[in-house]
Write a protein that binds this ligand. Structure first.
Ligand code: BES
Ligand code: MN
Ligand code: MN
Length: 463
């Protein structure tokens, strides 16, 4: 049954691109309130595309951006699992806009430096192009056979890039409709072109903002400099002290719960062949900056990190100004690995900072999110089927990989709905997600859809 479905996908490639381009033209930036209408439009676009295929689809309002829900029953004698597909229709902001070579919301075909055809637009890889691989696979199955091989529920989120504030209440309120046998999440990547992957871990995160106040107003640095404390000096000392000279994070107890990577795991990652040279080279770097003695992939997939994402304070405009600022602030993100408790890390961080603020200064903290890391159960029988589907579509075996990024919904699916997830995506390391000139390989889009079509067939016993 799969061959005619694949032929249909191949015959429909131009129309599939046209659909994706339409979706990409909607600037659904979830974190900017001026784009709330665009988030609504993107949700409506996706729901209507599902409805066109024959899904029962709706846009469900939340206290933030809406969710998209779709449902298709599949054949009455369906043997396979009930699947919940997850993707997100929201995208990252586009700044700095002047570094884009084209309008981020005017999608166009382009080529990468190696001459590979790519789809260029904000959201092309994260996550509209990816989620459309699944939609196209469903469309081809329904068009060819009148149905899907499995019962499928679709849930698209519109706040993934802005901390998912509405996610947990939604999962709780809609648990009955969302609970399936397995979730399929398309928001991760491959190792390289034609090297498909199944992701088996996600890092968690703790996001903290710190504001330090010294004097009650900005001061002349000649008149007050010396006796009056400068909050930037306090803050930068805190930042500098967060790592030691071996790249380790200095918070009390930070590594206590971190599990050591097994030698077997290290060897299998070693064999993947991603190293400092080929990973850091393309971004203009050459030296590993993480914990000494840990390989590049171990640093990304199995070790926690602490980064300063932004630091604000004092005079930053043209020329100079001899000011002694009253306030300084910074935004921190920790990436956590399995078994670390986000609450404990956040508390250790706050204690660490507080202990370094002089009695004369005040410190305030704002939490922007706390999510644990997650390990995927690789013994699930569906992992084998996914490996087969990916291998056939990309003509190369799939590799089990970790992921340095975070997709908080996966842990919520497990905790709230008791549901495991299968993480399959077709992004590449050079897709420039969250950066200017984001792209998605045309081949990822096309073969990704074929991989899903094959997997659906296998899961439904029609492969
Ligand atoms: N799709 C990414 C996660 C990802 C990143 C997968 C890199 C594979 C490689 C997701 O949209 C994302 O950006 N997640 C955020 C989560 C945050 C905004 C809560 C992240 O990891 O920073
Ligand atoms: Mn994403
Ligand atoms: Mn993202």
């Amino acid at each position: 049954m799969i061959e005619p479905v694949l032929s249909r996908l191949r015959g429909d490639r131009q129309a599939a691109l046209d659909r994706l381009f339409e979706f990409l033209r909607i600037p659904s930036i979830s974190t900017q309130s001026s784009h709330a209408v665009d988030c609504q439009k993107a949700a409506e676009w996706a729901a209507s595309d599902l409805a066109d295929m024959g899904f029962a689809a709706e846009v469900v309002a939340t206290s933030g951006h809406p969710m998209v829900l779709g449902h298709f029953d599949g054949p009455s004698d369906a043997q396979g699992p009930h699947l919940l597909f997850y993707g997100h229709y929201d995208v990252q902001p586009v700044d700095p806009l002047d570094l884009w070579n084209s309008d981020p919301f005017a999608p166009a075909m382009d080529s990468d430096p190696a001459g590979r055809p790519v789809i260029r637009a904000r959201g092309a890889a994260d996550d509209k192009g990816q989620l459309m691989t699944f939609f196209e696979a469903c469309r081809a199955w329904i068009a060819e056979t009148g149905s899907l091989p499995c019962k499928i529920t679709v849930m698209l989120e519109g706040e993934e890039e802005s901390g998912s504030p509405s996610l947990e209440p939604f999962l709780q309120d809609y648990a009955d409709r969302l609970k399936a046998d397995l979730a399929l999440v398309c928001d991760t990547g491959m190792i390289a072109p034609r090297r498909p992957a199944i992701t088996t871990s996600l890092r968690g995160m703790v996001l903290e903002e710190v504001l330090i106040t010294a004097a009650n107003k900005d001061l002349h640095s000649g008149m007050f400099g010396g006796p009056a404390m400068n909050p930037i000096r306090v803050l930068s000392k805190i930042v500098a002290d967060l790592h030691d000279e071996t790249g380790r994070i200095t918070l009390d107890g930070f590594y206590d719960d971190v599990l050591e990577t097994s030698d077997e795991q290290k060897q299998s990652w070693e064999a993947i062949g991603v190293n400092a040279e080929n990973f850091l080279g393309p971004i203009g770097l050459s030296e590993l900056a993480g914990e000494h003695g840990r390989s590049l992939l171990e640093q990304i997939w199995a070790r926690p990190t602490c980064d300063v994402n932004g630091i604000i304070g004092g005079y930053t405009d043209e020329g100079s100004k001899t000011v002694l600022p009253s306030k300084a602030s910074a935004k921190f993100s920790f990436r956590l690995v399995a078994n670390q408790d986000p609450q404990e890390v956040a508390e250790a961080f706050r204690a660490h900072v507080t202990a370094r603020v002089p009695a004369d200064c005040q410190v305030e903290f704002i939490s922007h999110g706390r999510d644990p890391a997650l390990l995927i159960d690789t013994s699930l029988p569906q992992v084998t089927l996914a490996d087969e589907a990916l291998s056939e579509a990309f003509q190369a075996p799939a590799t089990l990989v970790g992921c340095g990024g975070s997709i908080p919904v996966v842990e919520s699916f497990k905790r709230i709905l008791g549901m495991d997830s299968l993480l399959i995506g077709f992004g590449l390391d050079d897709d420039q997600i969250h950066s200017p000139n984001e792209k998605y390989d045309l081949e990822s889009f096309q073969l990704g859809a074929e991989a899903w079509a094959r997997l659906l067939g296998k899961l439904g016993g029609q492969g």
